[in-house]
Design a protein around this ligand. Structure first.
Ligand SMILES: [Zn+2]
Length: 102
């Protein structure tokens, strides 16, 4: 993954795969309304994750990715350590990319 920099604040940024746009990790150009919507999405995602975690047997980990389609905020929760979850998600992406559409 290439290290990108936000042109406004010089902080870290990520290239959005769907649009190709740069997204500042610090959200430096976020409007107050967009900030409110993002925080609400994070709150709902955390609430959902607590409910899912309560229903899972011990030793089962999960990741929950929630996004406002098609280009809005994204929230992510994982109960695994970052390295393990990166490995699991990469494996999932590899499977999805090699699967034939039915
Ligand atoms: Zn920025």
């Amino acid at each position: 993954m290439k290290n990108e920099t936000c042109p406004r604040c010089q902080g870290p940024a990520v290239r959005l795969t769907q649009t190709g746009e740069l997204s500042c990790a610090r959200q430096c150009n976020e409007t107050p309304v967009a900030r409110q919507q993002r925080l609400e999405l994070h709150r709902l995602t955390a609430e959902l994750a607590r409910a899912v975690a309560g229903a899972m047997p011990k030793g089962v980990v999960f990741a929950l990715v929630v996004a406002e389609a098609p280009r809005g905020s994204m929230a992510y929760v994982s109960t695994a350590d970052r390295g393990s979850m990166r490995h699991l998600l990469r494996e999932l992406l590899d499977k999805m990319e090699t699967e034939q559409p039915s």
